[in-house]
Write a protein that binds this ligand. Structure first.
Ligand SMILES: Nc1ncnc2c1ncn2[C@@H]1O[C@H](COP(=O)(O)OP(=O)(O)OP(=O)(O)O)[C@@H](O)[C@H]1O
Ligand SMILES: *[C@@H]1O[C@H](CO)[C@@H](O)[C@H](O)[C@H]1NC(C)=O
Ligand SMILES: *[C@@H]1O[C@H](CO)[C@@H](O)[C@H](O)[C@H]1NC(C)=O
Ligand SMILES: [Mg+2]
Length: 572
């Protein structure tokens, strides 16, 4: 299979709620993905992000299988020993990350996050390779036959993105020695790449008039709002020549995705049935709760009153206290009807309020920027299929831009990721989220460097060390197809190496590397053995600002000695 290396692309969308993959042979136009949950009565393009380990920490199941197996074990009272993790993707959001981070399972046990993530990816990998084998008359495929695309939320920290890359290596998608076979793509970028090439008739309730894909109209500016289970992720792009994209506003978002509606629904059930009853139900019947939440998912697809079948176990628990109908007496939000909870449309809508407000604020944050001229707003992600979300966004923003939701909104990230894998340079420039720079010694300036310690070199020249030399400023547009080059001279005539320490910060005007919020993300030194030219020597520093991985290389002009480093955003 030597040639297959660049012929097969496999993309994994590791979602907060659902995870899936799809694949494409480069020669073929068709993108394929499996259907999940058929044997359990479901049929979804992704499977729940849920993983089960045995008491010894050995991987057992993933997705629907994990939930089902866990539930069966509960009946046999074995479940307490098992490690079940769900919703764990959000564990990487908004915290200091290190490789030994532990996360907590349902049974209270702890496990390394790296293991939980890498075992999940390994499962996806094996499922995909087997599936692809079946599609190609039982040929055998290995992970090394494919280029892998793994998507991550744009609003994640650089450390979290790096964590996923390392988990993918751990899972055996690629090896350390060929990192280029793994493309870590940003979720809303993948979605954007998908949206820009959609035919005009591919949207819910809308047909674009000019039968043109927007990628054929350079100058068009559009926004992609990825409404997932966990996060709302937003990007703004402008189409430039050859259908490539330019980022106009840095990725932004929040963690108020579709799960907030589920969370509010559970709180509502607690109000109705009491915490006591619901706690018992949650603890002893997780499978029924899962089923209930799936029923609720169906109900979320409609605008209006809905009947949600009440799980037997919940009903039984409730009826131990009083007549089931009594729980709904006096409630204007819900009623009991034909063994079901009749949830009024008004209430259903209000369960969405929190999330809708967060979506509105996030979009407004961008639209208030004067220089933008956004024509289209694409709504993608599973939560975008919600009629409440669609109606709300159209009401609020329909006059400012055309709101479009692709029919396969939940697959936008996944399908886009494969397309992204075909042309990883499709986004030619991005807005930098941080300021990046290195530590340098500057000629001492009594005013600027007041209070800082002085360093006097052998020629008696005074320097101030630890000054911040900016490479890229926050909010600056950076081209990603090219490498930025800088040059530096040594402080001492007879200096035999030059040390580079890289820092990042959210500040736009940092001056010193010991300022608050400054983080060292890498360092190395390059040898400069020929000292003949003294202070008139130069070291060339080249930096590639990738979206998910950054690399710096320094070359001593005289000797040609070179060293490089990948910037490391995780705490060790
Ligand atoms: N038809 C629908 N109507 C309303 N909500 C839906 C529908 N389909 C899916 N959802 C909701 O969308 C969310 C899942 O969407 P998606 O698969 O895009 O999320 P994810 O990729 O797992 O999460 P994230 O992108 O935040 O990591 C869930 O909260 C689910 O309840
Ligand atoms: C759960 O999965 C394990 C490992 O695959 C299997 O041995 C066991 O029979 C399953 N249990 C149930 C009840 O499905
Ligand atoms: C805004 O974008 C539209 C569509 O791309 C374009 O026709 C129009 O000229 C733009 N307006 C301004 C002020 O740039
Ligand atoms: Mg998603």
């Amino acid at each position: 299979m030597a040639e297959a290396e660049s012929m097969l692309l496999i993309a994994i969308d590791f979602g907060t709620s659902f995870t899936g993959y799809c694949f494409q042979f480069v020669k073929s136009k068709q993108i394929r993905q499996p259907k999940w949950g058929l044997e359990h009565g479901y049929n979804t393009p992704k499977t729940p992000t849920c993983i089960l380990f045995d008491a010894e920490g050995k991987f057992l199941k993933f997705g629907y299988d994990a939930i089902m197996n866990y539930t069966r074990q509960i009946r046999k009272n074995e479940a307490k020993k098992l490690y079940l993790f769900d919703n764990f993707k959000m564990e990487l959001y908004g915290k200091e990350l290190h490789r030994d981070l532990e996360i907590t399972a349902k049974n209270g046990g702890k496990m390394k996050a790296m293991k939980v993530f890498s075992e999940s990816l390994k499962y996806m990998k094996e499922h995909a390779l087997e599936m692809i084998g079946k599609h190609t008359s039982d040929m055998t495929f290995f992970a090394s036959d494919a280029t892998w695309v793994l998507t991550v939320p744009a609003i994640w920290s650089a450390a979290a993105k790096q964590f996923m890359r390392e988990a993918a290596i751990e899972a055996g998608l690629v090896t350390q020695s060929e990192p280029e076979r793994l493309i870590v793509a940003l979720e809303p970028e993948a979605a954007s790449v998908w949206c820009k090439q959609l035919p005009y008739d591919h949207f819910i309730n809308e047909i674009l008039k000019d039968a043109e894909k927007i990628e054929q109209a350079p100058g068009t500016q559009y926004m992609v709002v990825d409404c997932g289970g966990g996060t709302i992720d937003i990007t703004v792009h402008e189409v430039v020549e050859h259908g490539r994209l330019k980022e106009l506003h840095k990725a932004s978002g929040n963690n108020m995705g579709g799960q907030t509606v589920d969370k509010n629904f559970k709180s509502f059930l607690r109000e109705i049935f009491s915490n006591e009853i619901f706690d018992k139900f949650e603890e002893n019947h997780p499978h029924e709760l899962q089923k209930l939440m799936f029923e609720f998912l169906n109900c979320k697809c409609y605008d209006g009153n809905t009947l949600i079948p009440c799980p037997c176990s919940l009903q039984k628990l409730a009826e131990k206290e009083k007549d089931i109908e009594a729980y709904f007496k006096g409630s204007s939000d819900a009623d009991w009807e034909s063994e079901s909870i009749l949830l009024y449309g008004e209430k259903m809508r209000s369960l969405h309020d929190e999330s809708l407000k967060a979506i509105e604020n996030q979009i407004n944050e961008i639209l208030k920027k004067q220089h933008l001229n956004i024509t289209y707003l694409f709504l993608v992600g599973g939560f975008a299929l919600s009629p409440h979300v669609q109606k709300f966004v159209k009401e609020k923003f329909g006059l400012k831009c055309k709101v479009l939701c692709p029919v396969d909104a939940q697959l936008a990230v996944l399908n886009g990721a494969v397309t992204f894998g075909m042309m990883p340079n499709v986004v030619e420039s991005r807005i930098s989220v941080f300021t990046y720079g290195i530590s340098e010694g500057q000629l001492f300036d009594a005013f600027k460097h007041k209070g800082k310690s002085k360093y006097v070199n052998k020629d008696g020249v005074e320097f101030c060390s630890g000054c911040f030399h900016c490479l890229v400023k926050k909010d600056e547009s950076v081209s990603f197809s090219e490498t930025k080059t800088y040059s530096f001279s040594p402080v001492e005539r007879d200096q035999k190496d030059m040390q580079f320490s890289f820092y990042c910060t959210e500040s736009k005007t940092p001056e010193f590397v010991d300022e608050q919020g400054m983080k060292m993300v890498g360092s190395f030194s390059v040898p400069m053995p020929n000292i003949l030219k003294g202070g008139y020597r130069t070291v060339k520093l080249e930096v590639r600002f990738g979206s998910t991985e950054m690399k710096a290389t320094a070359t001593d002009a005289d000797s040609g000695e070179t060293t490089s480093v990948k910037l490391d955003f995780m705490c060790s």
